[in-house]
Design a protein around this ligand. Structure first.
Ligand code: NAD
Length: 384
């Protein structure tokens, strides 16, 4: 079995799917590993480091694409790359199967088996493969660091001979994996932190990190959508959150917003009025930007200044922490590979619930029902 590691081609991508330290167990099982030259460089892994663990460095990307039986990636391969893949090969990565399913058609039609890290079920057995949580952890940390860097104030309270410097006030919206890491990071820097989430269960986790949980009376509606995720709320329930956000924004130096509902556009929680309520020099980091953003003024990928407030809308913060983001992702991938590589050979058994959950396509057909539905031909307007 040949396992290939490509240099990621997406703009500004710095991560690599597998670092040298993760390859040892695969090589011990007899797998051959080819790494595209320079694949790990931006993440701190030199070609020599791959050679030292027994991998081969190859400059010819096309030859890796054509010969690899297993291809772990960070981002989905481009159309041109997919057209070169070996039929029957397996690709594992953040393939965005629900956001951009049609982009995967060339690989599906070639009979490539696609596994999406976004679809790995969030069950206890698969926790070590939960790459979404790994990347959310990195993004939550980096969002606070980016805000601290832009803020014209310091985070900690300081008592000096020249007087007292008040602590930065940080407001975190959405206390899931990214939000909790943002809270922890802001607290470590000495900020005073408040947080809001629609899931009541988040309250205890927020308080355990030394932050204040802001409760909103949502009228007793169900806010849990299953699997620990939030449900999509009515406009009326969203409005109650929006009111709290305007009030809290007025005394916040930094807002980090992370609210998401799986498979839906990010809830629009932050209206223009909330941004206008913030003091000039304040910083708002919209981590929901890849899903459209929590703030109605967000332009995904663009940094704006609005009435002196800096609005950051990063699309790929984990790529700004490439070594640790790759390290965590690499471990998630190698744990996933443990389910499909047996004794050094590729062996896919979709009876395994983790594999069935993560599988996008197998043997030329979409396996995931949501992806299959999205790929159904759309009726032509006006036809019967
Ligand atoms: P996510 O990225 O989908 O959402 C981020 C946060 O936004 C969530 O906490 C959600 O409740 C919140 N949110 C959604 N709509 C909101 C709104 N209108 N207003 C305010 N907040 C809103 O979620 P996530 O961070 O990936 O995970 C959420 C939870 O899932 C975790 O905290 C954890 O309890 C659970 N989880 C379980 C596992 C596992 O069992 N393996 C793994 C990861 C996460």
């Amino acid at each position: 079995m040949l396992l290939g590691i490509l240099k990621e081609s997406a703009p500004a991508e710095t991560r690599v799917a597998l670092l040298p330290a993760s390859l040892k167990s695969l090589i011990a099982q007899g797998a051959a590993i080819q790494v595209e030259a320079g694949a790990g460089e931006a993440a701190g892994a030199s070609d020599q480091a791959y050679i030292d663990v027994g991998a081969a460095i190859i400059s010819d990307r096309a030859s890796i694409l054509a010969n690899a039986d297993v291809l772990p990636v960070v981002n989905a391969p481009t159309t041109a790359d997919q057209a070169q893949l070996k039929p029957g090969a397996a690709v594992i990565g953040f393939l965005r199967p629900l956001d951009a399913p049609a982009a995967l058609l060339p690989a599906i039609q070639r009979g490539v088996t696609l596994f999406s890290m976004e679809l790995v079920p969030r069950i206890t057995r698969a926790q070590s493969m939960d790459a979404l949580s790994s990347m959310a952890t990195v993004a939550g940390y980096k969002a606070v660091i980016a805000a601290a860097d832009r803020l014209p104030r310091m985070f900690p309270m300081l008592m000096t001979a020249a007087g007292t410097v008040p602590p930065a006030k940080v407001f975190v919206i959405g206390a899931g994996v990214a939000g909790l890491q943002a809270i922890a990071t802001a607290r470590r820097l000495g900020g005073v932190v408040e947080a809001y989430d629609v899931r009541a269960a988040a309250g205890e986790q927020v308080r355990s990190l030394g932050a204040k949980f802001l409760d909103v009376d949502l009228g007793g509606i169900n806010t849990e959508g299953g699997g620990g995720y939030a449900a999509e709320l009515t406009e009326e329930a969203l409005d109650r959150g929006r009111d709290l956000i305007v009030k809290t924004a007025a005394h916040s130096d930094v807002i980090v917003t992370t609210a998401l509902v799986p498979g839906r556009p990010a809830p629009r929680l932050i209206r223009r009025a909330a941004v206008e309520a913030m003091r000039p020099g304040s910083v708002l980091v919209d981590l929901a930007a890849p899903a459209g953003g929590n703030c109605e003024l967000t332009k995904p990928g663009v940094t704006q200044e609005i009435n002196g407030v800096i609005l950051l809308a990063p699309l790929n913060l984990p790529a700004e922490v490439p070594a640790d983001a790759s390290n965590l992702y690499s471990r998630n991938v190698v744990n996933f590979l443990g389910l499909i590589v047996k004794k050094g050979e590729l062996s896919v058994d979709l009876a395994d619930e983790v594999l069935a959950g993560a599988c996008v396509a197998h043997q030329g057909k979409p396996v995931n029902p949501r992806v299959a539905k999205l790929l159904e031909p759309q009726p032509v307007a006006g036809s019967q």
